[in-house]
Design a protein around this ligand. Structure first.
Ligand code: URA
Length: 271
């Protein structure tokens, strides 16, 4: 079959043109879009995208946690008491004697810590609840039982004598807020010097920040559902924000992510 057809600049006969059409039909081409064929394999390269502009430098964020202006002197008192403690026992005694936090007057017990102070991992929670207030130990209510089960699942526990597999537990606040309400910024700020010193003296390798309040205290950030699972730095050491066990009791579906976070912790510890 004679023809004056070309394909990609090469002269082709009618049989070849038919074979090419048939091949295109088999590929699913069912209607012509343009009068002239467009060889998309032979188009000039697309223009290069504009270079990305560097992100603007991060703006320093004002601390969300601050003592009330008329509590400046009480804050200085807290800082000097905490700095003066040379052991965890001295620190617990100094904080227990500190009268700057109103919560002390309504609480039954001072709740400082539990577990092994030589542990590689320190868990920081929010504040004692009802059961903790009665017993004087952190995380002993329902949320605490779940916390124990979670850590047992990766072979760790508060009663484990082996420091490599033990945990040390503390809270941002050492007295129970009435009705388990969220701690105020002022209460957190006045408790922070003691918490910072508690971390320094226990000197764990890693921290776990359980929920929003410890993230606010240690990172000046909140939004635990965004923060969880991403390692960060708090009190000069690696820290992993996780959802609080009380949240997991209310939202069991979130246990899947909590399990992933525990595995990330176990991997970091090479357990
Ligand atoms: N929730 C906490 O954050 N800490 C406790 O000790 C108990 C419940």
């Amino acid at each position: 079959m004679e023809s004056d057809l070309t394909w990609r600049g090469v002269a082709i006969d009618g049989w070849t043109a038919l074979a090419l059409l048939e091949w295109q039909r088999e590929l699913g081409v069912d209607e012509p879009m343009l009068d002239a064929p467009l060889d998309r394999t032979d188009l000039p390269p697309p223009p290069k995208p504009a270079p990305l502009r560097p992100a603007p430098p991060a703006r320093a964020t004002a601390p969300m946690i601050a003592a009330e202006p008329d509590h400046a002197e009480i804050l200085r008192d807290a800082e000097s008491l905490a700095a003066g403690a040379q052991t965890l026992d001295q620190l617990a005694e100094a904080q227990q004697d500190f009268d700057g936090v109103e919560l002390k007057r309504g609480a039954r017990n001072f709740v400082f810590s539990d577990g092994n102070p030589k542990a590689r991992v320190m868990i920081i929670g929010e504040a004692p609840g009802e059961e903790e207030d009665v017993q004087g130990r952190p995380f002993v209510g329902r949320a605490g039982q779940l916390l124990d089960q979670m850590f047992a699942a990766i072979g760790m526990g508060r009663d484990t004598p082996d420091a490599a597999r033990a945990i040390y537990i503390g809270n941002v606040l050492k007295w129970r807020p009435p009705g388990n309400r969220r701690p105020t910024a002022d209460e957190i700020a006045l408790s922070l010097p003691f918490l910072r010193r508690q971390v320094e003296l226990a000197d764990p390798e890693l921290l776990v920040l359980m929920g929003n309040t410890p993230c606010l205290a240690a990172l000046n950030r909140e939004g635990i559902l965004r923060l969880r699972g991403t390692w960060t730095t708090a009190f000069d050491r690696p820290a992993l924000p996780m959802t609080h066990p009380a949240y997991l009791l209310r939202n069991p579906i979130a246990k899947r992510e909590a399990w992933a976070d525990l595995l990330s912790l176990a991997e970091r510890l090479k357990l």
